[in-house]
Design a binder for this molecule. Structure first.
Ligand SMILES: CC(C)(COP(=O)(O)OP(=O)(O)OC[C@H]1O[C@@H](n2cnc3c(N)ncnc32)[C@H](O)[C@@H]1OP(=O)(O)O)[C@@H](O)C(=O)NCCC(=O)NCCS
Length: 378
């Protein structure tokens, strides 16, 4: 839309507002690189800890760098009792709201509170990356009426996450699929939540504020909530043979198929294929291949939309993986947040290093200047 000489770009679509060394996306070709490394190589060969180091520090770590980084994460998982008390107080809220509240409150207990230097922000970012899974699972246990499962420092990030969920150490395949899921969600340029974090940092506010705001931004269905929506859809479809009719009816009512479409990708989201293989194997392993069948039937039904650039995105397969692990639907977005932590930390640090206030403008379309009418005369 053009208003006089002013061009309004609603949603800031395709607007470049800065430069980044974080990640590269070619939406037409379906390419995603973290710090120059292809997401396929990382998903096949890396770990969440190594990918987090890469994102936050800019290069792949040596063995000793990785060991030190991992040790920092493992030793920072505990959360103060006061935070557990806050979680108890707000336990009836959605897990994303609880996470947002707890992360905000954590700033009061952080040893680097008030210090926004690069070094302190980095330390706070690592602590938050380690603490976010503990918050999510502490809340989960409390609302289930159980004692929270304390994090274990002898387990890696993904294994410890599932351990805190179930109270037992998961098998290697399950843990490694969760690890892959975290890698695939770790970073994605100036998506809505990372942009939100940058806006907060742009005012020289601190990382706890930025991550709190990013969590709020991620909680909406157009961003993080799609995995939950896909699972709801799969449950409603029920059997693969119902998928075509379901999709047709949904689209004819102007509805959107969750897990399809993306603001940037016009080709298939390169992250999706790694989780597709995971869903296929997991649904066969647990003796419920119909879930994979339902998703494949939805893809088939959406074929005509592929021509318009609407393909599966990363969230299409993620939800079913969580579901088959027994994870309740409202924990799906918090899992996305656990994975996205290193990306948010990176975006915060990068914004801080070359900071600028992010302050676009709105074209005013309200009434012209008018006289103030005293309340008695209205
Ligand atoms: C992600 C999303 C918000 C991106 O939207 P966007 O770039 O702003 O694109 P638009 O909303 O302008 O959609 C463009 C067109 O594609 C259609 N479209 C986009 N996603 C669609 C979907 N999932 N199902 C059906 N149609 C879709 C729109 O209806 C619109 O059609 P129109 O031009 O005839 O009105 C959108 O694709 C969506 O809502 N997807 C479902 C939710 C989801 O999976 N989100 C997770 C993203 S990782």
């Amino acid at each position: 839309m053009t208003t006089g000489e002013i061009q309004v770009i609603r949603g800031l679509a395709d607007v470049y507002f800065d430069r980044t060394e974080s990640s590269f996306i070619d939406g037409k070709k379906g390419v995603l690189l973290y710090r120059g490394y292809n997401i396929h190589d990382l998903a096949d060969n890396s770990t969440f800890e190594e990918t987090s180091y890469l994102l936050i520090h800019g290069s792949l770590p040596t063995r000793s760098q990785l060991a030190e980084f991992d040790a920092q994460l493992r030793s920072s998982r505990e959360i103060p009792d006061e935070i557990v008390g806050i979680i108890r107080a707000v336990k009836a809220s959605h897990p994303m709201d609880v996470l947002r509240t707890a992360v905000s409150a954590l700033s009061a207990y952080d040893p680097d509170a008030g210090d926004n230097s690069h070094e302190a922000t980095l330390r706070k970012g690592l602590r938050l990356t380690a603490q976010v899974p503990t918050i999510v699972m502490t809340h989960y246990a409390i609302r289930e009426g159980r004692q929270p499962v304390a994090p274990r420092s002898d387990l890696n990030h993904a294994t410890n996450f599932l351990y805190m969920f179930a109270g037992e150490v998961p098998d290697e395949d399950t843990a490694s699929l969760m690890d892959k899921d975290f890698i695939l969600h770790a970073e994605h340029g100036s998506n809505a939540s990372s942009f939100t974090a940058r806006v907060v940092i742009g005012t020289n506010a601190d990382i706890h504020g930025a991550i709190t705001a990013a969590i709020a931004s991620l909680s909406g269905p157009a961003h993080g909530g799609a995995a939950e929506g896909v699972m709801k859809m799969a449950l409603e479809i029920g059997e693969p043979e119902n998928a075509a009719r379901y999709v047709k009816d949904l689209l004819s009512e102007g509805g959107r198929v969750m897990g399809f479409g993306h603001r940037v990708y016009r080709a298939e989201d390169p992250r999706a294929r790694h989780l597709r293989a995971g869903v296929q194997k997991l649904s066969e392993d647990v003796g419920e291949p119909k879930w994979f069948g339902i998703l494949e039937a939805v893809i088939e039904a959406m074929q005509p939309y592929a021509r318009r650039g609407i393909h599966v995105n990363v969230d299409f397969f993620a939800g079913v993986i969580y579901y088959l692990n027994g994870i309740p639907e409202d924990l799906f977005v918090p899992i996305f947040a656990v994975g996205r932590m290193p990306g948010w930390v990176l975006q915060v640090l990068e914004q801080q290093q070359n900071n600028i206030l992010l302050r676009p403008r709105l074209v005013y379309t309200g009434p012209e200047e008018q006289p103030y009418v005293p309340i008695e005369q209205r």
